[in-house]
Design a binder for this molecule. Structure first.
Ligand SMILES: *[C@@H]1O[C@H](CO)[C@@H](O)[C@H](O)[C@H]1NC(C)=O
Ligand SMILES: *[C@@H]1O[C@H](CO)[C@@H](O)[C@H](O)[C@H]1NC(C)=O
Ligand SMILES: *[C@@H]1O[C@H](CO)[C@@H](O)[C@H](O)[C@H]1NC(C)=O
Ligand SMILES: *[C@@H]1O[C@H](CO)[C@@H](O)[C@H](O)[C@H]1NC(C)=O
Ligand SMILES: *[C@@H]1O[C@H](CO)[C@@H](O)[C@H](O)[C@H]1NC(C)=O
Length: 670
């Protein structure tokens, strides 16, 4: 308990990392959960030292109580919005004010396109059950699942903006399961530890026999979300991933076979053949438990091999081997601007593709996930498994990241979303830990966060431009030189970046971990110390005093993203991870996408700082406004509910006749 207070009293220390480690090393008081504290205590009971450690949180607690509550609601998040909650509120989005950007810069064109695409998309909003069901049939080629009416009713009562396309991800994720045997999947789901179980409108969760299950809080946060829709759910077993890293990666050919089966099973059968009741779980529950072995693989140094097999046969990723981490970054850094997802000028035109490692073989040497992840517990079999984040090619069923459901300030940023644009510093800020995997002496320059912090460090750039190539082992200035950056005079990139960039690590996350004599995790790291200075953390509320907030992957997604979108600053995003909300956010309208190589970052900042301040402000405001309408807890609940209805159907032996058809029969009889 006291440690939670400590975390809040030192905001910024941890919120970049999602407490990503497994196994959690019970060594640092800052990290410690109550259980870990107990472990520490047990291990060191003999030492008086522990008594001192234990008093630190208490001291902080007392201190914290004495301080004013910095995160109390000053601006009511709802009160600051233009529209009323619910009702016709979303209508203003059917015609967002068009950006009248009047110049020939490629980014201006991208912003204009984004407005137009978004207007068309939101124009498809469903205001009635009949419309929602019709759009479902049009896009999915099936009747909606049973319970669709109750779901839509709840969506309306929450004032949710329902556009069928916002749920594309659910179908992308669930479709391969139409190619698997429903009864077998029910057994698999029942057999996996770490699950939420729904029976007869009651809920329970199950953990491993392991006395200290990792990330138990995630399970509980998800369970609470499921609770909100419980009266409307059929019986279910919902096995969840408690690690940061995704866990299911099935070879492309197997998935292709399954999705082909899904295609042929689509059928809009006559309404009078529809079944509304799910098949009972009685046989599953009374059967002696049939074991299921996902055959977990731990092959961290070769993760790329498994990724590559999950990519399409003709994709670039399929053709390359994992890198030798000893090699320099120049061996992989792409020196072309014409990736398939880029528009003229090298900016991202298709963010979905820009997230896809299959199209970017160089990422095997430019992202910790592929170099050496923190943990790998991966299966190549398809079975039901839910996860808060995954690579586009992973086969989990994606749900909102548990940390988005946490009210802890280090993830949510609290109730403040930042002040007005004009009051903000005209620059970019980033704080975080050097996570992303097990960075080591012989591979650290391949990790994305190390690259980002060096590329946004004016002094490091100046050294490299001055001829000291060894000063910038993480990046390649030749690649970034492909972009037009008009602001800095020749050779002055470093000083120019130094004017507006404020980035740095607050922990260097060495591997193997090092501890001081009190057993606390050391924040520094001998092999990266010459390149990085530890800087003080900044609470999210303070970061909101800057105009530009870039967000970079850690061990998987960064749990700050929702907070950034909700803020009044302009968020920027580079990621290889997919999230539940991707289909409802429009790049270049709600946030600024940038490449996972980061080679476009200078040109992007040159655009916004060099005469396009209004465009930055517009993205900040559009993002904030939209996020407060479609990224609410209610929206996450509705997404999960829709997914669970699909999931219940695809795991039901009667799935080919389960469907919601009431709208058709009512219509026919009137
Ligand atoms: C664009 O700018 C030019 C010159 O600055 C001006 O003549 C023209 O009317 C502008 N067009 C729009 C659509 O604002
Ligand atoms: C990209 O451009 C380079 C040279 O500028 C060319 O060799 C390469 O084939 C191009 N690639 C694509 C995918 O267009
Ligand atoms: C850079 O600017 C020049 C001149 O303005 C233009 O011709 C060229 O297409 C630009 N290149 C890129 C990659 O944007
Ligand atoms: C982006 O690429 C994906 C995958 O190739 C494609 O399905 C989608 O339509 C593209 N989106 C846009 C906006 O072009
Ligand atoms: C920036 O780079 C310089 C030169 O490598 C380095 O000494 C300094 O510690 C770096 N600063 C940060 C905040 O990492």
């Amino acid at each position: 308990m006291a440690t939670i207070v400590l975390l809040e009293a030192l905001p910024g220390t941890l919120y970049n990392t999602r407490c990503t480690k497994l196994p959690i090393t019970p060594t640092t008081p800052i990290w410690a959960s109550t259980t870990e504290m107990l472990l520490v205590a047990k291990a060191r009971l003999k030492y008086l030292v522990i008594a001192c450690i234990a008093t630190i949180p208490v001291l902080y607690f007392i201190l914290y109580q004495a301080l004013p509550d910095t995160f109390s609601s000053v601006v009511s998040s709802k009160g600051s919005l233009k529209g009323r909650p619910g009702g016709k509120d979303g209508a203003q989005h059917a015609t967002p004010s068009l950006a009248k950007v009047n110049d020939s810069h490629p980014i201006s064109g991208l912003i204009e396109d984004a407005y137009a695409r978004f207007s068309r998309l939101v124009g498809k909003r469903s205001w009635s059950l009949a419309h929602a069901a019709a759009r479902y049939r049009e896009l999915r080629g099936r009747h909606p699942p049973p319970g669709f009416d109750k779901w839509f009713e709840a969506a309306q009562s929450h004032g949710a903006i329902i556009v069928e396309e916002f749920f594309n991800r659910i179908h992308h994720d669930i479709n391969p399961f139409w190619g698997a045997d429903p009864q077998e999947m029910r057994h698999q789901a029942r057999a996996i530890p770490h699950a939420i179980r729904v029976r007869n409108g009651k809920i329970a969760h199950f953990k491993d026999d392991d006395a200290d299950p990792p990330r138990k809080d995630r399970l509980e946060l998800w369970e609470k979300l499921v609770q909100d829709m419980l009266p409307h759910l059929p019986d279910l077993d919902i096995p969840v991933n408690l690690l940061d890293e995704p866990r299911v990666l099935v070879p492309w050919e197997d998935i292709a076979r399954n999705t082909a089966k899904e295609q042929t099973s689509r059928h809009l059968f006559p309404p009078n053949e529809a079944v509304a009741e799910h098949t009972s779980f009685l046989d599953i529950d009374t059967d002696p438990l049939q074991p299921f072995d996902p055959e977990w693989i731990d092959d961290r140094h070769k993760y790329w091999d498994y990724v590559s097999r999950a990519c399409p046969p003709n994709s670039p990723a399929r053709k390359v081997q994992p890198i030798d981490p000893a090699n320099p970054i120049d061996d992989v850094f792409p020196t072309i601007q014409n990736m398939s997802y880029m528009v003229h000028g090298g900016f991202i035109g298709n963010f979905t593709q820009a997230q896809d490692p299959c199209l970017q073989p160089h990422l095997r040497g430019m992202h910790g996930t592929f170099v050496e992840a923190f943990s790998m517990v991966t299966s190549t079999k398809l079975f039901p498994f839910f996860s808060g984040s995954k690579l586009p090619i992973n086969n989990e069923l994606l749900i909102p990241d548990a940390m988005y459901l946490s009210s802890e300030t280090r993830y949510s940023g609290g109730t403040k979303h930042g002040g007005s644009w004009a009051e903000k510093k005209n620059g970019l800020v980033w704080r975080g830990t050097a996570s992303g995997g097990r960075n080591q002496e012989n591979n650290w320059w391949h990790y994305q966060r190390h690259r980002f912090v060096q590329m946004l460090n004016g002094s490091a750039i100046t050294l490299v431009q001055g001829g000291d190539a060894g000063a910038g082992p993480t990046f390649n200035l030749k690649a970034t030189g492909l972009y037009n950056v008009s602001a800095p005079p020749e050779g002055q990139l470093g000083p120019w970046v130094g004017e507006w960039s404020d980035v740095g690590f607050n922990r260097l996350d060495c591997w193997p971990e090092r501890h001081d004599w009190l057993g606390r995790l050391r924040l520094d790291c001998p092999y990266t110390d010459p390149f990085f200075a530890l800087v003080a953390s900044k609470p999210m509320a303070e970061q909101y005093n800057y105009k530009f907030l870039p967000d970079i992957d850690g061990n998987s997604v960064s749990a700050r993203w929702r907070g950034f979108l909700l803020s009044t600053s302009c968020p920027l995003k580079a990621t290889v991870y997919a999230e539940w909300h991707d289909d409802r956010l429009m790049p270049w309208l709600h946030f600024v996408p940038f490449d996972n190589t980061f080679m476009d970052i200078y040109a992007i900042m040159d655009y916004f700082l060099g005469g396009h301040d209004a465009e930055g402000q517009r993205i900040a405001e559009e993002g904030h406004d939209w996020a407060s309408k479609v990224l609410r807890r209610e929206d996450m609940m509705l997404y999960m509910w829709r997914l669970l209805l699909e999931y219940a159907r695809v795991l039901d032996p009667q799935r080919d006749r389960l469907g919601f058809v009431d709208d058709l029969t009512t219509f026919a009889s009137t």
